[in-house]
Design a protein. Structure first.
Length: 128
């Protein structure tokens, strides 16, 4: 299993690659597919949006704007990959909205991971 720090270092290194192709690959597998990281974290436990943003940065080294987390969670809810639950808080503190992965979300994550493994295997098995 790859260490998170090794993955984060690889993102930092390859993001500085001299070719646009490599930079696009990093972008497409990180910022353009944040839903993979969100569902991976939600598989472990429920999160609220702001907390997810920090967890993705810490765990995967991928930065995202505050509004991006909310837009992404909205889209994942629309696609029934996550569901919302609200926690009432004492006093005048606002209700906190937590997000939880659904069965469809878990199945989609499993299928995405299987596809990425198959892609990796296919590329590794190709003669050089």
């Amino acid at each position: 299993m790859i260490e998170n720090s090794e993955f984060i270092q690889a993102i930092e290194t390859y993001s500085q690659h001299p070719t646009k192709a490599m930079k696009r690959l990093i972008s497409r597998t990180t910022r353009d597919n944040l839903w993979l990281y969100v569902l991976t974290l939600l598989k472990e436990r429920d999160y609220f949006a702001y907390e997810l943003r920090g967890a993705i940065q810490e765990r995967f080294g991928v930065e995202m704007a505050s509004v991006t987390a909310y837009v992404l969670l909205y889209k994942l809810r629309r696609d029934r990959l996550v569901q919302l639950s609200e926690e009432r808080r004492e006093g005048k503190r606002p209700t906190r909205k937590y997000y939880k992965i659904t069965e469809l979300g878990l199945q989609t994550l499993i299928e995405a991971r299987n596809f990425l493994r198959l892609l990796s295997k296919t590329l590794n098995d190709f003669p050089t």
